[in-house]
Each structure stands twice: as structure tokens, then as C-alpha cells.
Write a new protein. Structure first.
Length: 512
């Protein structure tokens, strides 16, 4: 009995130290409730998380921490009853602070009983997990966005393949007929040009969709070399010549820039110039005028201005002109067509070249001017003319195995390649292709990637194991990943459908 006062003192000290410890915790709201749910104690963490001081909250019922919806269904008292029945309950849900704001809470409610088993009250520990919830939601949204982006890219690639494949025979046949227009009745020549023009337009719309996907994912890269900007402008004008002639437009060119050698991806730069010229042609009325001029500024930079006297653009719409899928207004897309991607892609390409593109217009009926500014290269740097890349006729006859399951494409390409003096064997599937590769000498394998019983990758791998052979992939899949995979599989070239007949001739001539 002599030690009892010491033991009681030690217990009091321990209890006091425990209360100090609990009160000092700031990351958790730790407090006690009486059997009715009224607040009895209040620690520093509770004040920090819920906003009440001890003086403000002690004696009040803990139902004030619940939302009105929870109070309406008697959730606070229900939780007390469940804690009394089960001993401890854990839950997660919204709670309300003093200022009325809400937070996501993780709560542990424990029933406290005396030695007789009667409820003395409850202990409650609450933690604010709003940041953790947001972090998990952000990660989930990020993963979902990545999956959606990949699904979109896969869909676009598959759609591209399905849309491109039937365009190949149409473009090949139209190109051949156009090259041999002298053999056609005069009344059909214009129709052939119309067919070719519209097939190329369809392919251009597909390319724009894929280019936009590459741009948004940062997958579009440039093959930079020295380019003669004036040659590229002339090529772009020539590409648009049929549309210019159809509307009887007057084109004036003043290529006065003395420094016009640009460090650029020549093909992409021509895409920009053609987009701008085509845009001017589209929105300029019959018999209208387009003025194209170049010049250098005091810093030696190259400037291209393309001005038309077409429908013009309201000044307030200029800012949205270079956004994807946007045109000047809804009536424009209905009247003139297009997806509203050409200018957006042009801006991205010019940005990649560290240049500047802008549009000016005084408003409707006052025409528009598009301006491009690019840095030039020092004098004496070699220049690349795009036209020099194209050779028109094959040097010698080749023995070609054409593997293509699309019947019209196979028939058209086989007939045209035979016409150009090549010997052509055809296969519609992987099995037949392997049989032909094993039965005779083949100079060139011209193979579709997607086949009904396998893939072109398997065909080229088999062919390479037998002996060295030149291989060209023809496919509707044209992403950088597709091209990389083709190269790794063993293809020397990757041609995207619709296959341009002249480009195919050029590749075959290089093989020969």
C-alpha cells in the first residue's frame, strides 16, 4: 500500500504525457465523443483539419462534421450504433470544415466501454486524404488518357489503311492515263485529271489526320537539308496548277529574295507552301488574283507573302485560324469543304523550322495575306531541288514479285509494271509468296504488309534468309513506327498507299 501513491502519480504522469502527445499530433484529428456523440476533447490536428478551436466545438454534436445529405439519412448516429456493435468501424467520405468547405476523410471510430461493458464514449481519428485521392485520380486519368490516345492512334492508323488501299489502283490508273493523254479521246482527258485530283485530295485529307496525330504526340520529325525555297515555291505552284486553271485565276510571282537557301525539310516545306497556295486558290473566286512574292529583310531572313482577293477573314477570327479543325466560320466549311487542318499543320511545321507564320485581312470581301518568315543559310551552301529526285523511266527490266491481297490494286499495279517492261509475278497471300520466292530468281519483292494469312514482315524475313533481295513495302500504314518496323524487318523502302506511280518508278529505278 505504501507504493500506491507513487503508482497513481506515475499513472497520472503517463496519462498527462499521452494527452500531450495526442494534442501535438497535427496530421490527424484525434478527439473523444460522449455516448451521444458530443465532442469531449479536441487536439491540435482536429483544429488544423476541421477549423474549429476547442472552445468552439467542445460540447457540440459531431454531426456538424457531416454533409447535409448524410445528416438527412441519420448517418452520424448510424455510425455510432455500428461502432458500438462492431467495436471499430473504418470509412471514407466527405466531411465539412468550419468554413463550409469539404474534404475527403478517412475515419476510424472506436467504441470505449467500462469494465461492465457499458459505452463510455467513442474515440475518433480522422485524416484528410484529399491530396491522395486527387493524386490517384490524376494517375488514373493519366493512364486513361494514354490508353485513349493509343486507341485513337491505332484507330487512325487502321482507318488510314482501309481508306488508302482502294485509292492505290485509282491513282495508279489515273496517273498512267494522264501521262498517256494523247492516246485518249479529248473529251476524257479532263475527266482523268479530275479523277486523279480527287484521289490525291482524299489521300491529302488522310495525311492531314495522321500528321496532326504525330504533331500532338511530338512524333513528327524533320529531315533537314539545304533547300532552294524558290524551287519549292515553283513546285508548289505547279502542284496546284490544275486547281488554278480550273478557276481561271491570275497568278503573279515576284521571287525577289536574293537569299533563298533554307535549312529545312524540303518535302515538309513544300507541304507548307502548297497548303498556303491551295488555301488562297480555294477561297478566291473565279477569275480572281493571287500574288506571290518573296524578299529578304534587313537581317537576311526569307519572307514569303501569298495575297489573294478572295472572301477575306474577319479580324476577330484571325487568332483561331491556325487551330486544328477550325475555319473562319461554319459556313466556310460547308461551302468550301476541308477539315480545317491544313493551316494548323502548316503552323506546326513552320514552328519546327523555328520560323513564323501569320495571316492578315481587313475583313470580309477584302482578301487575305499569309506570311511565312524563315531563317536563311549562308551563301554557297548546296541546295536541293525536289524535282531532281524524280527519275521518269526505269533503266532496265526487273523480275518483280507483287504480293497484294487487294484485287484491284494487284491487277492495276501488275498491268502497269508490265507495261513499263518489268516481268511481274503475283501472289495474294503469304503462302503463295513463299512458294514463288522459292521457285525462281526474284529481283524485287513488292509486298503489302497486311496479308490474310500472315504479314509482309514474315515474307521479307523468309526472302532475306534465302538470298539478298531488294524489298519494297506497300501499305496503308504510314506512321513513323510503321516505317521503323519495316526497316527492321528488312524492307529497303516503305511506300504508303495510295502509291504514287512515279515514286514507285523512281524506287524501282534506284533498285535497278
Amino acid at each position: 500500500m505504501a507504493n500506491l501513491p507513487f503508482t497513481e502519480s506515475a499513472l497520472r504522469d503517463t496519462a498527462e504525457q499521452f494527452h500531450i502527445l495526442v494534442d501535438s499530433v497535427e496530421e490527424y484529428a484525434i478527439y473523444m465523443l460522449d455516448p451521444s456523440g458530443n465532442v469531449v476533447t479536441w487536439n491540435r490536428g482536429a483544429q488544423k483539419i476541421k477549423g474549429y478551436t476547442a472552445e468552439e466545438i467542445v460540447g457540440k454534436n459531431f454531426a456538424c462534421f457531416y454533409t447535409a445529405e448524410d445528416v438527412a439519412v441519420d448517418k452520424p448516429q448510424h455510425n455510432l450504433r455500428e461502432a458500438a456493435r462492431r467495436g471499430t468501424i473504418r470509412e471514407q467520405g466527405l466531411r465539412i470544415r468550419k468554413d463550409g468547405s469539404t474534404f475527403e476523410a478517412e475515419v476510424v471510430l472506436t467504441a470505449l466501454r467500462d469494465t461492465n461493458g457499458n459505452i463510455r464514449g467513442y474515440s475518433k481519428v480522422t485524416r484528410d486524404i484529399t491530396d491522395q485521392i486527387r493524386s490517384r485520380e490524376f494517375e488514373a486519368e493519366k493512364i486513361a488518357a494514354q490508353k485513349a490516345s493509343k486507341a485513337k492512334d491505332d484507330f487512325l492508323a487502321a482507318l488510314s489503311h482501309e481508306l488508302r488501299t482502294p485509292l492505290t489502283p485509282a491513282l495508279a490508273a489515273a496517273s498512267y492515263l494522264e501521262d498517256n493523254a494523247a492516246k485518249l479521246p479529248p473529251e476524257f482527258v479532263e475527266d482523268v485529271q479530275m479523277i486523279k485530283r480527287n484521289v490525291q485530295l482524299q489521300a491529302k485529307l488522310i495525311d492531314d489526320l495522321l500528321d496532326l496525330a504525330r504533331i500532338t504526340r511530338g512524333k513528327l520529325h524533320l529531315d533537314v537539308e539545304s533547300c532552294d525555297a524558290h524551287s519549292i515555291i515553283r513546285n508548289a505552284i505547279e502542284t496546284a496548277s490544275s486547281a488554278i486553271a480550273a478557276k481561271k485565276l491570275k497568278i503573279s510571282t515576284q521571287l525577289h529574295a536574293k537569299e533563298h537557301c533554307i535549312g529545312a525539310d524540303c518535302i515538309r516545306l513544300q507541304q507548307v507552301f502548297w497548303n498556303l497556295i491551295n488555301n488562297a486558290v480555294k477561297f478566291t473566286p473565279q477569275g480572281g488574283q493571287i500574288a506571290i512574292r518573296t524578299y529578304n529583310d534587313a537581317r537576311g531572313r526569307f519572307h514569303l507573302d501569298i495575297a489573294d482577293n478572295g472572301i477575306g477573314i474577319e479580324p476577330e477570327r484571325l487568332a483561331s485560324l491556325f487551330r486544328p479543325f477550325e475555319q473562319a466560320d461554319a459556313t466556310v466549311s460547308r461551302q468550301f469543304g476541308g477539315l480545317g487542318l491544313g493551316l494548323a499543320i502548316s503552323k506546326h511545321l513552320v514552328d519546327l523550322h523555328h520560323g513564323k507564320i501569320e495571316a492578315e485581312s481587313r475583313g470580309r470581301s477584302f482578301g487575305a495575306t499569309f506570311k511565312v518568315t524563315l531563317n536563311t543559310l549562308p551563301e554557297g551552301v548546296g541546295q536541293t531541288d525536289i524535282r531532281s529526285r524524280t527519275l521518269q523511266r526505269p533503266r532496265k527490266s526487273l523480275r518483280i514479285l507483287l504480293v497484294e491481297d487487294h484485287r484491284d490494286t494487284q491487277r492495276t499495279l501488275s498491268r502497269l509494271l508490265t507495261h513499263f517492261g518489268h516481268e511481274v509475278l503475283t501472289a495474294s497471300n503469304k503462302q503463295r509468296a513463299l512458294e514463288l520466292l522459292g521457285s525462281g530468281n526474284i529481283d524485287v519483292l513488292l509486298c503489302d504488309v497486311g496479308l490474310p494469312d500472315g504479314s509482309g514482315y514474315e515474307v521479307v524475313a523468309h526472302a532475306r534468309r534465302k538470298r539478298p533481295i531488294k524489298a519494297i513495302a506497300i501499305t496503308g500504314f504510314g506512321t513513323e513506327e510503321d516505317i521503323r518496323r519495316s526497316n527492321e524487318a528488312g524492307f529497303d523502302s516503305h511506300l504508303v498507299k495510295p502509291v504514287d506511280l512515279h515514286k514507285l518508278q523512281t524506287v524501282l529505278d534506284q533498285v535497278a
